[in-house]
Structure formats: structure tokens, C-alpha cells
Unconditional design. Structure first.
Length: 521
């Protein structure tokens, strides 16, 4: 167990336990990145652990593309970055990727999975509208508190307000409570639904006090009928429509904030806006740190509090004062997500190699002495394959048995089927490899991975065998081959000189099926 060595920081930035945060002056990304490094380095020195050195440009460009855009860079982008000698090129690339459309698309993938889990109850609901809504919000850098308020208070027609999908996908007060407290507050409150939580301070009355804020939600329309025949689906409060149902085990108690006061509400008041204002307040002790911890885990492979959705006194952060500082800074910035990501990615800690050094081979992962090796999510894996091989032929997809009928309901795409097939367990650690033999066999044998169409322009380009092999490595692994790799692959090309496309196709197949391709390191 590591000692809890923490960096002394101004009291204005502290959040201790559930104390109300005191908001200080927001810092720009570079000084905030330095604070991150000072906090981690102080702990490393106390533990007598030497951090791994800075990663090389090839390792960095692949990592930051995957973490910010959700896919690897093209061969041309990787080569250009590696060969660039411009000062501050890493900071410039971070800014460029945060400004790209792919940033919002990747964040939407992450948050759709967190907010809209597919069940038998919502199988007829298309999630596309909310995915688009999330993508637009993240790309516009809408403040996080505003995005969450818009989700929690969403009303109207699904076709006009994608955030309404959140309620259509979680159509009972208990499901809404479980999801909202876990995702937005980092609290596993669902364990208090039937009895007082056995390991934390959460009480059953507190659970149903939070659930009471969702009891006035009304649904207009029939999801199955809308999917089959068209029609509208809408959500309202204090309006027409049928109320979402309470489970039989529900306790009927007045709306009450978690570990807080009971607001004065009348029967005619709308409850959700009251909950949303409390939940997203800069003074809320849960809201800011839950998002900071989640983003930290997204970029570093584990949270400052781990598991990330289980923040309570019995599960303390590895670096409590760093979490306090970042939480207060996030609130002070107006809940600016891009600013926080910019600080994380510009830190020396984020830019360390994933390779262990002589000073940290057995270091605890919570010390962050080297970058964690993360497994590509199904979305990252699919989009990276498309980056290399191109988009699959839609005709092959449409000819698959059962696809045409299913696509009518949920607008199924090849990407959606791939993601569903490679989806691991819910809340799995980012560093835990979840795929098994079926997934490996699919990667090895699928027509998509055995497609050598991308080789045709390469073979016609007049490039030498050395240049073609280099391009394949840059396209898949974002690096150039080592001398040994180059000699071994060129030997294969010479051996199959009469069938160059087959030879290069074999090399491409091996690279795409390598562990190096399926990992973010």
C-alpha cells in the first residue's frame, strides 16, 4: 500500500471528503499540467520510484489520436508528426485534435455507452438522436454542467431533442436514479435501493428521495409502434402522457438531495430542474470530482479513485489533494472539458512511455510511474480498422441474414454489429483484455481484415518494397519498422516476388492481428 503523500496546494483549491469546494482562479492548461506533474512526482519520490522516460513521437502520436479522436492516425499523419521538428508540436497536435470533429464523435461513443445501455425494455428505441446530440455538444465544448442539466431536464419530441432519449432508454425512476448518481456523481447508490448500504453511509430513504425527483416524468407515444409504423415519442413533466412506472418495492418519500436538504416543492412544481440545479452546482461535492476522475481514467487507464464509479470514504483517492485541485479547477473553469483534457495530455505524466524502466518494474499502477497499456474499445478498434482498410462494402452488410429486418428498428450499421460483438463486460477496467476466441477468430478470418484493396494504389505508386513496408507499419502501428522487422518482411516479399499483392497482404494481415495494433500503449 502506498503512503498518501500529497502536494501542498492553496486552501482555495481543496475538496476534502464531502466538504463544499471553494472555487479559486482557473489556471491555463500548461500551469495546470505542471501541478499534475508536481503532485505525482512528489508521491513517486516518497515511494522511491523512478518514473519511465518520455515516450517517443511514434508512441505519443498513436496514443493521443486514440485517446482524443478514437482512432489511429493515417500513415501520412503519423510520418509527418514523427518527422516534424517544430517546437511544441505535441501541444499543437493536442489542440488540433480537440478541434476536430472526431473528438466529439469519440466522446459521444463513450457517453452513449454510459447513459444508454441497451436492454429488452428499450430495444425499439434508436439511440442515434442522442449520439448526434452528444457529439454536437462536445464539439461545441458546451460546459459540462449545462450538458448535464439539459439531459436531466430534457422534454419534447425525440426528433427535435436528442437528449430525450435518456428517459426513453431508462424508463423507470429507479433506473434513472441508478444511472444519474453513478455517471454524474460517481456514486453507486443502487445498492441502497432495497436496504441501507452495507458498506457506506447511503440509506434506503436517501435512494428513494433521489428517485422521487423522476416520478413526474410522462411518456407520450409507443416505442414499438413508432419503430414499426412511424410516429412521435416525447417526454414531459406535469403534462400529458402516462407516468413512468415505479417498481413494487418503491418507498414513497419526498424528493431529497443526497446527503443534503429536502427542497420545498409543491405538487405543481417541476422536480427535475430542481434536481439538475443542485446536481450541477459548483458547490456540489460530488459533481466536479466525478467528471475529473472519469476523464483521468479515460486518459490514464485508471481513476484517481478506482473503480471510478464508486467514490466513497472507504475507497479513498490515490492522490487526494490532486483530485481536490483538479475538481476545483474544473469548476472554476466553468466546467470546460477541453481545457481539462488539454492539461492532462500536456502533462509529463501522460507523455511517459508505457515501457517499464529499471526504477519501476513492479511499481503500483496508482503511482502512474508509466503510462498504462489500455485495450482498444470496440469503437476504437473498428474505426482504426476503417482508417487502414477503408469502409466495408455496404452491399456485403445488407446481404447478411436478418440484417435488413433489424435495421428497420435501430438503423443498424456494420459498426454497430462489430461493437456489439466485441463489447466486453460492463464497467470493465480499460487495461483488462476482454476479447476471447470468437473475437480473435473474427479478426483473423473476417472479409474486412482480408481485404487488400488498400494495397492497389501502393503497388501502382512506384514505391520501392522498403517504402511499401514502411507505409504498412505507419498505417497500422504508427511507427516505422525496426531494421530486423524490415529485413524479415522484405525476405517474405522477395520469396513471393511473383505475387507481390499476396506478400504485402500477408504482412498487413499480421500487423492488424498483432497485439500492438489492438492495444493503446
Amino acid at each position: 500500500m502506498i503512503r498518501r503523500t500529497i502536494l501542498a496546494l492553496p486552501l482555495a483549491w481543496l475538496i476534502l471528503g464531502n466538504a463544499t469546494p471553494v472555487i479559486g482562479t482557473p489556471l491555463d492548461a500548461p500551469p495546470l499540467a505542471r501541478h499534475i506533474d508536481e503532485a505525482l512526482d512528489t508521491c513517486l519520490r516518497a515511494e522511491k520510484v523512478t518514473p519511465s522516460p518520455r515516450c517517443d513521437d511514434a508512441e505519443f502520436v498513436r496514443r493521443v489520436y486514440l485517446d482524443i479522436t478514437g482512432h489511429i492516425p493515417s500513415a501520412e499523419k503519423a510520418a509527418a508528426f514523427i518527422d516534424d521538428r517544430t517546437p511544441n508540436k505535441r501541444a499543437k497536435l493536442i489542440d488540433e485534435l480537440l478541434a476536430s470533429r472526431e473528438y466529439g464523435k469519440h466522446q459521444a461513443d463513450i457517453w452513449q455507452s454510459l447513459l444508454l445501455q441497451r436492454t429488452s425494455d428499450n430495444r425499439f428505441i434508436s439511440f442515434d438522436r442522442m449520439t448526434e446530440w452528444l457529439e454536437k455538444g462536445f464539439n461545441a465544448n458546451k460546459p459540462w454542467d449545462q450538458m448535464v442539466r439539459d439531459i436531466l431536464t430534457a422534454e419534447g419530441d425525440l426528433e427535435k431533442n436528442g437528449a430525450v432519449t435518456y428517459f426513453l432508454a431508462n424508463l423507470t425512476p429507479d433506473k434513472l436514479t441508478d444511472n444519474a448518481t453513478r455517471v454524474f456523481l460517481g456514486v453507486q447508490l443502487q445498492c441502497a435501493q432495497c436496504h441501507n448500504h452495507p458498506f457506506t453511509k447511503w440509506k434506503q430513504d436517501e435512494y428513494w428521495g433521489m428517485a422521487a425527483f423522476f416520478t413526474k416524468v410522462r411518456l407520450n407515444g409507443n416505442p414499438r409502434q413508432a419503430a414499426r409504423e412511424g410516429g412521435t415519442l416525447s417526454i414531459s413533466e406535469n403534462g400529458r402522457g402516462r407516468p413512468i412506472r415505479l417498481p413494487v418495492s418503491a418507498k414513497r418519500v419526498p424528493p431529497k438531495f443526497l446527503q443534503g436538504e429536502q427542497p420545498k416543492l409543491t405538487s405543481s412544481d417541476a422536480y427535475r430542474p430542481v434536481l439538475a440545479r443542485w446536481m450541477t452546482s459548483p458547490q456540489n461535492p460530488y459533481f466536479s470530482r466525478a467528471m475529473v476522475n472519469r476523464l483521468w481514467a479515460q486518459f490514464f487507464g485508471r481513476g484517481l479513485v478506482n473503480p471510478i464509479d464508486d467514490m466513497h470514504e472507504g475507497n479513498p483517492p490515490s492522490h487526494p489533494q490532486l483530485l481536490a485541485e483538479l475538481s476545483a479547477q474544473f469548476a472554476a473553469s466553468g466546467f470546460d472539458i477541453k481545457q481539462l483534457i488539454r492539461a492532462l495530455c500536456n502533462s509529463d505524466a501522460y507523455q511517459r512511455t508505457s515501457k517499464p524502466s529499471a526504477g519501476n518494474p513492479d511499481a503500483a499502477p496508482e503511482l502512474f510511474s508509466r503510462m498504462a497499456i489500455k485495450v482498444l474499445t470496440p469503437e476504437q478498434l473498428y474505426d482504426s480498422l476503417v482508417q487502414v482498410l477503408g469502409v466495408p462494402n455496404p452491399e456485403n452488410f445488407r446481404r447478411r441474414p436478418g440484417v435488413a429486418a433489424a435495421a428497420r428498428f435501430r438503423n443498424l450499421t456494420p459498426r454497430m454489429l462489430f461493437v456489439a460483438f466485441f463489447k466486453g463486460e460492463e464497467n470493465a477496467e480499460p487495461t483488462e483484455y476482454q476479447a476471447g476466441i470468437p473475437q480473435v477468430l473474427r479478426l483473423m478470418n473476417s472479409p474486412q481484415l482480408n481485404n487488400t484493396a488498400m494495397l492497389v494504389p501502393l503497388l501502382k505508386s512506384g514505391k520501392t518494397p522498403e517504402q511499401i513496408v514502411e507505409h504498412l507499419y505507419l498505417a497500422t502501428l504508427s511507427r516505422r519498422p525496426t531494421d530486423q522487422e524490415l529485413q524479415r518482411t522484405l525476405a517474405l516479399v522477395r520469396k513471393q516476388a511473383n505475387e507481390p499483392r499476396q506478400a504485402y497482404g500477408d504482412i498487413l494481415w499480421v500487423l492488424l492481428n498483432s497485439s500492438e495494433f489492438t492495444l493503446n500503449h
